[in-house]
Design a protein around this ligand. Structure first.
Ligand code: C5P
Length: 213
């Protein structure tokens, strides 16, 4: 049986002590993947941003807030895992300056300077050992297949799951699973639990059984 790290949910990047930028990720895909993996007897660690979703009680849940925190926790847990599934939607940008006091309204437009946050999956993909695997998600509004193959390579993933914007904050999903060569090896549309069942079965067959003696 494998020990699997799942990143899940959004991250938050604060502008000041009360305001933040984020996205509408619910953590439901991560929860569904964890549920299936646990049912098959795997151990699961979920590094999650703030979500309204309840994770399976058998999973070890590591709560984080920012993308930097998600990266640090994921790196530390990944070293003790066989593989990672990046189901999180980390905030890709953070304010260049975080104000220590609440920004006061002036009536004038407020300009924010944003800088990129680190990419968690790409960092894990780059650092993985020969006996570890990394699976990413690619959420795209257009050129889905092509953009997924670019991310597969750029983030050093062993497989990537391509899905569309209807996945966000929804109970259903419609995905394609691409193997390391970019070939579509599975297509599934249904509830996130149904999708998770197929994805974990494929990950089990194609990655876990190859790396666990
Ligand atoms: O946002 P993007 O479509 O590039 O995400 C693709 C994959 O990379 C997903 O698995 C997501 O969890 C991961 N990701 C990440 N850290 C980021 C952005 C994306 O781990 N900062």
């Amino acid at each position: 049986m494998a020990k699997i790290l799942i990143t899940s949910g959004p991250t938050r990047q604060y502008l000041d002590p009360v305001r933040y930028i984020s996205n509408a990720s619910s953590g439901r895909m991560g929860a569904a993947l964890a549920e299936t993996a646990l049912r098959l007897g795997h151990e699961v660690v979920i590094v999650t941003g703030p979500v309204p979703t309840t994770y399976p009680s058998a999973a070890q849940v590591v709560p984080v807030v920012t993308t930097d925190e998600m990266l640090a926790a994921s790196q530390s847990w990944f070293a003790r895992c066989d593989g990672a599934i990046g189901a999180a939607a980390p905030c890709d940008y953070m304010p260049r300056i975080v104000e220590t006091e609440k920004i006061a309204k002036t009536g004038a437009p407020l300009t924010l300077q944003l800088i990129e946050t680190p990419d968690v999956v790409a960092t894990l993909g780059q650092a993985k050992r020969d006996d570890q695997w990394v699976v990413g998600f690619a959420l795209e509004t257009n050129d889905r297949r092509f953009r997924a193959t670019v991310k597969l390579e750029k983030k050093h993933c062993d497989m990537i799951i391509s899905n569309g914007p209807t996945a966000i904050d929804s109970d259903v999903n419609d995905v394609e699973l691409l193997d390391i060569t970019g070939e579509v090896v599975a297509r599934v549309k249904g509830t996130k639990q149904e999708v998770a069942d197929v994805l974990i079965a494929e990950i089990d067959r194609r990655l876990i059984r190859k790396t666990i003696a």
